[in-house]
Design a protein around this ligand. Sequence first.
Ligand SMILES: Cc1cc2nc3c(=O)[nH]c(=O)nc-3n(C[C@H](O)[C@H](O)[C@H](O)COP(=O)(O)OP(=O)(O)OC[C@H]3O[C@@H](n4cnc5c(N)ncnc54)[C@H](O)[C@@H]3O)c2cc1C
Length: 397
Amino acid sequence: MAIPKYDVVVIGSGPAGATTARVAAEQGLHVLLCDKRQELGAPIQCSGAVSRHGLESAGVEPSSEFVLEAIYGFGVYNTAGESMILDYRQFKPDEYGAGEGQKPLGFVVDRRRFDRYLMTMAERAGVEVMLKTEALGYQPLADGNCEVQLRHFNEEIRVQARVLVGADGLQSQVGKWAGLRTHIKLTELASCLQFVVDKVETSGLLEIVTGHQWAPGGYAWVFPKGHGYAEIGLGVIRTMTAKNARQHLDHFIKQSFFKERFSDCRILEIQGGGVPLAAPLKTQYADNLILVGDAARHVNPITGGGIHTALSSGVIAGNFLGEIVRSGINPTKKNLKKYQDLWLEDMGNKMWQLYGVKKQIFTTKDIIQRDEMLYRTMSGYFSPYSEYKNIIGILGY
Ligand SMILES: Cc1cc2nc3c(=O)[nH]c(=O)nc-3n(C[C@H](O)[C@H](O)[C@H](O)COP(=O)(O)OP(=O)(O)OC[C@H]3O[C@@H](n4cnc5c(N)ncnc54)[C@H](O)[C@@H]3O)c2cc1C
């Protein structure tokens, strides 16, 4: 049987892969998008906070099909519970709010429905989608194409592509096949856990609690989740604590200045996963291969937010693929470097800057000083008058 041939095969249908596939198809390419999961976005491993700008700049209109709750600002707390409330409804009432002519600053989305929505957008643009299809390996061929091995249900199949896109998330296997160093050091991998709860009041703000005593190496959060639900979670760096994320979360719920607020809540779901609070990958391309999203560590190293950056890098990757495939030049490592250059110019250099800020905070030995630095950075970061404004404009949450 003839081997199916594509311009681009994308592995992973999260925000990065689905967006890369859609934009490449909009550029006229023949694209296959594969995901090993049967149900996208499940089990949920994400709180779902994303800025409106992040969605719109990737051509995704906010929709009730995936939005759980609108967000209007931030509440940032220091270790003792003193807060900086950054409610954009008060800063810019003409622009932000729920009324006529006003807009939210961002959203909490349901990742199951969001990932499904992005995949459907890709399908409508002409992308061929195969779920329950796991990538097993790839080899560049002498004719400039590459061969990709897939397992579709229980059947092993082979396809060919000009370019393979690794959008397979944290510690990308696809990247490893090409010898890229996608492994993340434990000192930069936040171990995250969140409970979905009821009976916790929220008011349209993403609340962020800093302080080593609550979340060593990261922060804790309380996000509204719509329908009266909330997410209480945290991320910790395991090399900075003898306790695990679950023990820290229990401690935060029972002992923090929010303990009264949480006293009646019931835990309805438990979700967790890893987040790279690391620098972007130094090399994100190889022969016939590029990486996008978490696979290339396109994650904001201060907030750990990776949805906005995954969408944005998907747009950059999709447009670049259109250009290189149409040009007919071979997608060698040398020729694919331009993708990373474009990404660095657009957002990557700013992520490197943020990584420098993050590193300065977490290499500070004195805990009191470190707590103060993190609180100042977080509250400064989310302020409309922020010194980081030119960076946030691009990166959002
Ligand atoms: C607890 C937690 C909370 C978070 N909260 C937020 C938040 O509020 N806001 C935010 O912006 N970010 C958040 N993040 C980060 C965010 O979830 C990620 O940055 C984002 O999902 C990255 O998107 P992606 O498309 O690169 O990868 P992913 O969403 O991880 O998608 C990768 C896809 O690849 C598939 N895959 C993997 N290997 C293979 C294979 N071999 N073959 C086929 N398919 C494969 C997987 O099934 C998956 O669907 C959070 C993360 C965690 C863990």
